[in-house]
Design a protein around this ligand. Structure first.
Ligand code: ZN
Length: 292
């Protein structure tokens, strides 16, 4: 299951390769599970649109789409208005959830099409964007922003959240801090590894009550979490020099854990054996000396 850093890596890689490009032709498979919006509706909506930007929201990859050049006068008028206001205002979104095994590939049209390919988008540059998903837990959704509301994840963004908002979120719950970090309605996309590693870096024991932590402790935690996630994004990114082979797993494999799954091994800072407990039903690793 891809976690936040892998999804961020994919979103950044796709953004670099396709932003500014235009979708000229769309093909979808006939596997109904994959399509949250009916494929015909998605194809109609996507065709002709410019890809303004690609970014991550929670564990979703969101394509912000500009006006369709095939819409004639209406689109032209909107385009003029957009240029005048000098603001990039997306008119539609294509939302990709990778599920367990989903992959987004930017490739050339004549490269062999892998089995379990559910979407092929021909771009004006000659590139092709493909969605491949053997187990079909991934989802594709289309939103027309003149009709539907824009996509927002359930929780706040851990990579960009500020000190005040972070403290307010975590002071609002009596859960343990470990459980609160994993609660997707508070922060979107933080998994078990990143929760344990950031609590270690911040020197906070996983079973402490979230609302009892001081502002200073919560800010140490916020900074640590952002560092841990950014590091994982960098490792995810560096392992996939050829984006077509992106799978994220290899990036995480290289990740230098301080506590996660190091039960009984000496702490890298103080040599005390790392302990494992179960918090919120999840295996939780910490150093009894470094974390208070
Ligand atoms: Zn230690």
């Amino acid at each position: 299951m891809p976690e936040l850093p892998e999804v961020e890596t994919v979103a950044r890689g796709v953004h670099e390769r396709v932003s500014g490009d235009r979708i000229v032709q769309v093909w979808f498979s006939s596997q109904p599970q994959t399509f949250k919006t009916p494929p015909i509706q998605q194809a109609d909506g996507l065709k002709g649109r410019t890809i303004v930007a690609v970014h991550r929201t929670g564990k979703h990859i969101v394509f912000e789409l500009g006006p369709s050049s095939g819409n004639g006068l209406r689109a032209e008028v909107q385009e003029v208005r957009r240029r005048r206001s000098n603001a990039v205002s997306p008119e539609a979104q294509w939302i990709v959830h990778l599920g367990m095994t989903g992959r987004l590939l930017v490739t050339s049209p004549n490269s062999p099409v892998p089995s379990h390919t559910h979407a092929r988008l021909d771009l004006a540059s000659g590139k092709e964007l493909r969605f491949v998903d053997p187990r079909r837990f991934g989802r594709l959704e289309y939103r027309d922003l003149q009709r539907d509301r824009a996509f927002h994840g359930p929780g706040a963004e851990p990579l960009t959240i500020g000190a005040q908002e972070f403290a307010a979120l975590f002071h609002s719950t009596r859960m343990t801090i470990k459980a609160a970090l994993l609660d997707q309605s508070l922060l979107a996309g933080v998994g078990n590894i990143y929760a344990d590693e950031s609590l270690f870096q911040a020197g906070i024991r996983p079973r402490r009550r979230s609302n009892r932590l001081t502002f200073a402790e919560l800010d140490r935690l916020r900074v640590a979490l952002q560092k841990v996630l950014e590091k994982a994004v960098r490792l995810g990114g560096s392992s996939v020099s050829n984006y077509v082979d992106a799978d994220g797993e290899r990036g995480l494999f290289q990740f230098q854990h301080y506590v996660y799954q190091r039960t009984g091994e000496p702490c890298r800072r103080c040599q005390t054996p790392i302990r494992r407990v179960v918090v919120a039903g999840r295996g939780t690793h910490y150093c009894p000396q470094c974390q208070n």
